[in-house]
Design a protein around this ligand. Sequence first.
Ligand SMILES: [Zn+2]
Length: 136
Amino acid sequence: MGWSNPKAPYNAILCHIKSKGIRVYHREIKSGACGLFDCRKMIITISKDLKNTYEGCGVLCHELSHFCDYQEGKFLKFFEERLTEKDLDLIIKAEMSAIKNAVKLSKMWEIQYSPPELTKKGFDESVEFWKKYYFQ
Ligand SMILES: [Zn+2]
């Protein structure tokens, strides 16, 4: 089991995402995020450094998970509204949903993906990042 090169699974996940009508761009993301999902434009942006990497596969799965939650009508406020300090619980719920679902999806593509948020230290660091990222 497993891939000798991340390019093949990366492309497989990319094709799957595009088949859902989502455009995917690889760009430098100034905020420091690895990926973004824009529900209005149906665009996923991935940090260009992660293209064709195993970590990038996990990030694609993460953004795809946000899309699935959005399609299912989950966490709509998270996707559609400007967020403030009061929404931290919602942000954590929406992000942890994507993080956990990305692990399941990456297993389907035979990728080993261990998001840092699944450790206490990684989770605490991510909460600090989300505060800076979402509260503008
Ligand atoms: Zn996310």
